[in-house]
Design a binder for this molecule. Structure first.
Ligand SMILES: Nc1ncnc2c1ncn2[C@@H]1O[C@H](COP(=O)(O)OP(=O)(O)OP(=O)(O)O)[C@@H](O)[C@H]1O
Ligand SMILES: [Mg+2]
Length: 385
């Protein structure tokens, strides 16, 4: 083991040793994909949706007839781009060699002339472009392509669409969703898994009776990884680089980051970096956390500039342990205005990606920002309201 290589992973998709179990959702997803059940996955940012799907794809690597195609809709703004990205990912997933993919493009893409470009490694990188003629004529045919291609090859395809809520930004979102749904619901060889972090937008797409995707499939709300799973994971990660850490220090580390996937890995990394000698102590974790707060100071100051006074008052009330915000006393004590105003405040904090309202719970999207507000911005003034 390279002593200078961190045992923690931040910002990249994790799998294998870097992946905390998530045994139950993995089992559920494998069963859904094997049974051809369309699935929607929703969780706040950075809790681990994309990593989970990648891990399930690895889990199913032995299912010889099942292939996974990955599409990120983050940058997709037009119907054409949507079709290009899904077609490209499908061709790639269902054809192993470049020759095979070229042949599939020729045989299965009809009505448009595709341009193919290759990356540095032509075996793994290639992209497609085509010009859609006016008026959706070719759209149904291109939407059916994954099914036609998978059927022809005797394979099953799991088509994974990340940041799916972006479909709402297309020029005619409802019309396009109708076409998608019409095509997808007849597909037998293709199973769709759709995920995204904008809870409201995702719920609007899948839970509104008036929308084409109403009751499209199984909806899974991904939970946070549990403390009892984080603790042995952190301990094992340190052990993998021949360092020790006590169980209660692991607990402290996960607790400070509210068990948030990305941030536990981030603090784990920072603590490992600062571990002198053989043992990571509680003081090491606290020093690492302080350094992270220092590093994020400028960024968080800018974030605060973008939050209005009533919104800050709401966050401050939360940090004072308030749970019911619309009582007369709370409205007055924290200067929140009327109860209608509280609704506006929570919507704004949600769209600014500060908070996420997960059922009855309120989650901080960035747990480090919460600590920064508590300890750096307000400090001893926090409770003097
Ligand atoms: N099962 C896991 N075990 C350990 N760490 C994890 C796990 N899942 C996610 N992480 C950590 O969280 C980070 C974010 O994960 P990932 O990108 O999969 O989340 P996401 O929900 O898809 O995020 P986004 O909302 O930004 O798309 C990873 O880089 C990794 O550090
Ligand atoms: Mg993701």
């Amino acid at each position: 083991m390279d002593e200078e290589r961190s045992p923690f992973r931040i910002g990249t998709l994790v799998s294998g040793d870097s992946f905390v179990d998530r045994e139950w959702p993995r089992k559920q997803l494998r069963a859904n994909f094997r049974s051809g059940i369309n699935t929607v996955i929703i969780s706040p940012r950075r809790w681990g949706k994309s990593s989970l799907i990648r891990q399930v794809a690895l889990d199913m690597a032995r299912d010889k007839n099942v292939r996974f195609a990955f599409v990120d809709l983050f940058q997709v703004r037009t119907e054409q781009e949507f079709l290009e990205r899904t077609t490209e990912a499908t061709i790639k997933a269902l054809g192993k060699t470049m020759e095979q993919r070229m042949a599939d493009v020729k045989e299965f893409i009809r009505g448009v002339v595709p341009q193919i470009s290759f990356g540095v490694d032509p075996q793994s990188e290639f992209s497609l472009k085509f010009e859609l003629p006016e008026g959706h004529r070719n759209t149904p045919d291109l939407l059916d392509l994954p099914e036609r291609l998978a059927q022809a090859k005797g394979l099953r395809l799991v088509l994974c669409l990340d940041e799916f809520q972006n479909i709402a930004h297309l020029p005619d979102p409802t019309g396009f969703q109708k076409m998608l749904r019409a095509s997808w619901q007849h597909q037998k060889a293709v199973c769709h898994v759709i995920y995204g972090s904008k809870r409201h937008m995702m719920m609007d797409l899948f839970n509104k009776q008036s929308m084409p995707f109403y009751r499209f499939g199984d909806i899974l709300f991904l939970d946070k990884i549990k403390r009892e799973d984080w603790v042995p994971f952190i301990k094992e990660r340190f052990a993998s680089v021949k360092k020790q850490i006590a169980v209660d220090t692991c607990d402290h580390l996960a607790e400070r980051m509210q068990d948030h996937s990305y941030h536990v890995q981030m603090l784990g990394h920072a603590a490992w970096l600062r571990t002198r000698g053989k043992t990571c102590t509680r003081t090491t974790v606290d020093t690492a956390l302080n350094d992270l707060l220092d590093q994020h100071d400028a960024l968080y100051r800018r974030m605060v500039d973008d939050i209005t006074t009533p919104q800050l008052n709401y966050l401050r009330a939360m940090l004072n342990g308030v749970e019911r915000f619309t009582t007369k006393e709370t409205l007055k004590r924290f200067d929140l205005g009327s109860s209608a105003n509280v609704k506006r405040i929570t919507s704004a904090l949600e769209s600014k990606e500060i908070l996420d309202f997960v059922g009855p719970e309120t989650e901080w999207i960035d747990p480090l920002f919460k600590i920064w507000l508590e300890e750096r911005l307000w400090g001893s003034r926090l409770r003097l309201v």
